[in-house]
Design a protein around this ligand. Structure first.
Ligand code: C5P
Length: 298
């Protein structure tokens, strides 16, 4: 926290390296098994005590999200006050929206998770870990993962989190062809929902071994997303034309990721793709390894 009580935090992209849909609950939510990692690159949040609550949204994707009470950060703030029942400070929130919305990389969920962690810090941990998870559950299935924000396996509908030990940093390129995809439509278009679970994942993998393990895994949402939005396939082709050792769609799309030998290779590939498709979201970044966290105030 800086002198004036400001807290800054990155809200990273959540990348589903693998996403297996293994069943359907009676309430319509799907059971899944996913390996998720989080990137250095992300939205940027800053919180300051203020006289009244305010949210300012800037950044390249600011126009794609609501800035009023429907914004997931303000919904998280309202739930925080409901649950803690405490007189929490009024807060001025600045969000730099660098991640595209409805993109399969958890943008809104990650913003809400980062906000909750930062605001709880501002409130001297009034809600604490349990409270934040209780609020998170009410905001979306990806929230528990985004609160963890380090390499993990999630099961159930995404709420059963197993942090992964010794998961390496990966150099990635993220590519989104500018197509917003509504997650419920993709789940609805999913054919089979009782698919095989994730294969065993051993600790201590190298990036190359992760890419090899991923060959035996799937994203079960990639096929239905492409049926609904065929043009997103070009994002996969563009990554496959580069030196990526592995390419796949994240979440319900339409962001694809490629895994590279190092950040320099990722940057070269991103430059090539961005030259061909200057209007797309194309970013080279690294993922957080086990034990790394986005520290507040950086
Ligand atoms: O929970 P969240 O709002 O992120 O989910 C959006 C939609 O995605 C849900 O309304 C549901 O249609 C679908 N979904 C699902 N199974 C999950 C997660 C999401 O069917 N495990």
């Amino acid at each position: 926290m800086s002198g004036d009580g400001e807290i800054r935090l990155v809200a990273p992209a959540k990348i589903n390296l693998a996403l297996h849909i293994t069943g359907l609950r009676k309430d319509g939510y799907h059971l899944l098994e996913t390996v998720a990692v989080f990137t250095e690159f992300g939205d940027r949040l800053s919180l300051k005590p203020a006289v009244e609550d305010r949210l300012f949204v800037t950044g390249p994707y600011s126009a794609t999200i609501p800035s009023g009470p429907d914004n997931i950060i303000l919904r998280a703030l309202a739930l925080y006050r409901d649950i803690t029942g405490s007189l929490t400070p009024r807060v001025s929130i600045a969000l730099e929206k660098n991640l595209p919305a409805a993109a399969g990389i958890g943008g809104g969920s990650s913003d809400a998770a980062a906000f909750l962690k930062a605001f709880d810090r501002m409130c001297s941990s009034t809600a604490g870990y349990e409270g934040l998870h209780a609020i998170g559950h009410r905001l979306g299935a990806d929230l528990p993962m985004c609160l963890q924000a380090s390499p993990l396996i999630a099961k159930g509908i995404g709420e059963q989190i197993e942090p992964l030990d010794q998961f390496p940093r990966l150099a990635l390129v993220l590519v989104n062809p500018g197509v917003e995809i509504p997650t419920p439509a993709v789940f609805k278009a999913l054919g089979a929902n009782r698919n095989p679970p994730l294969p065993q994942l051993n600790a201590g993998l190298t990036p190359r071994a992760v890419a090899e393990w991923l060959m035996a895994t799937r994203n079960d949402l990639e096929a239905p997303a492409k049926i609904l939005f065929p043009k997103i396939e070009e994002a996969r082709y563009r990554l496959e034309e580069t030196s990526a050792s592995f390419v796949r769609m994240s979440g319900s799309g339409a962001t694809f990721f490629g895994i590279f030998s190092d950040l320099e290779a990722a940057r070269n590939a991103a430059e090539t793709i961005a030259m061909k498709r200057p209007d797309w979201f194309v970013v080279a970044t690294e993922t957080l390894a086990s034990g790394d966290i986005h520290e507040p105030d950086r």
